[in-house]
Design a protein around this ligand. Structure first.
Ligand code: SAM
Ligand code: SF4
Length: 327
């Protein structure tokens, strides 16, 4: 049965399949000195399948696989194949940095996955190297092309907007939706992770991004679906694609947040901005019954904050790196 919090359904689980990654995005993880979760503490694929199955009984209908970078974990496609045959899940999606998509896009699509989010913050190779500390720009572009070739629809491109870094590319990304069926989603830069270099000066609000985009044309609202959660969706006049906004900091996020997060080490989080977690791996490994696990999941749902009132962006810091939570 779907559980409610704040009178809306919590039906969406973001599952971080690994905290490892082949990029080192400045806003997500440091270049060196990262304490990765020991392999024995990372949920096995079998454990993940079990927990997703149990989550379905607690009302979860959509799972997004994220990380770290999900495609760097060995056996990911086989896991996806098994996950896609679980009963009760209506949608499985994937967030990836795109680096390995030329290798895996066709196999992922063959598992019946149709929707994919690819993160790309700049269309300039030198800036890509600067933000990700890795020289894989071309691989990501080829990965996006491969995703299109094998039929992902829609292809969503996540762009974290950062002042002084890519604000001058906002219109280039928006214009892409005129010719391409891509959904460009602008994400507000969030102060997550100990080594995050977030500051008020680097923050650009969705309102400011929208205002900028109005220079090329009006934004026409697109009807959202029950899985959209906090994303606002629009289309430019005559555009083939869409433009979306995740105003994680500036908008009333809690009221529409339909997400639950499961970290790669098996901790449930009700909110990205709170470090409160419930360990489900421990009870799972102790052999606790599914009813017990369902109660833990329900507790995580009920613990989701009801409102962001009184929280300034500076206060909403969470200590874990984004790569270990999954965004
Ligand atoms: N590695 C995959 C990727 O980059 O798409 C999946 C994991 S990543 C943590 C998921 C999303 O979180 C990405 O779109 C990334 O841009 C976003 N993200 C990471 N750190 C962020 C931050 N500090 N503020 C806003 N978004 C962030
Ligand atoms: Fe890796 Fe994604 Fe974090 Fe970048 S945002 S370091 S690609 S997990």
């Amino acid at each position: 049965m779907e559980k409610e919090n704040n009178n809306h359904k919590i039906n969406y689980l973001r599952l971080s399949v690994t905290d490892r990654c082949n990029l080192r995005c400045m806003y997500c993880m440091p270049d060196e000195g990262i304490d990765f979760v020991p392999h024995s503490d990372v949920l096995s694929y079998e454990e993940m399948l079990h927990l997703v199955d149990v989550s379905v009984h607690a009302g979860i209908r959509k799972v997004r696989l994220t990380g770290g970078e999900p495609l760097v974990r060995k056996g990911f496609v086989d896991f996806l194949d098994e996950l896609s045959s679980l009963e009760g899940l209506e949608e499985i999606t994937l967030t990836t940095n795109g680096v390995l998509l030329t290798d895996f896009a066709a196999d992922i699509r063959a598992c019946g996955i149709c929707r994919i989010n690819i993160s790309l913050d700049t269309l300039r190779p030198e800036r890509f190297l600067q933000i990700t500390r890795r020289d894989y720009f071309e691989k990501v572009i080829q990965g996006i092309q491969e995703a299109e070739r094998v039929g992902f629809d829609p292809i969503k491109i996540n762009v974290v907007a950062i002042r002084g870094f890519n604000e001058d590319e906002i219109l280039d990304f928006a214009r892409m939706t005129l010719d391409k069926p891509y959904h460009i989603r602008f994400i507000e830069y969030m102060p997550v992770g100990e080594h995050n270099s977030w500051s008020n000066e680097k923050f650009i609000s969705t309102d400011e991004i929208k205002e900028k985009i109005l220079e090329i044309g009006g934004l026409h609202p697109v009807l959202s679906n029950p899985f959209d959660g906090p994303a606002e969706r629009f289309r430019l006049e005559g555009g083939k694609g869409e433009i979306g906004f995740i105003g994680a900091l500036s908008n009333h996020f809690c009221e529409s947040c339909n997400r639950l997060r499961l970290t790669s080490e098996g901790h449930l989080r009700g909110c990205l901005f709170s470090d409160s977690e419930i360990d489900v791996k421990g009870p799972l490994r102790e052999g606790k019954a599914d009813d017990y696990l369902i109660r833990l999941i329900t507790r995580a749902i009920e613990s989701k904050p009801k409102s962001p009132k009184g929280m300034s962006p500076e206060m909403r810091k969470c200590v874990r790196h984004m790569s270990s939570i999954g965004g």
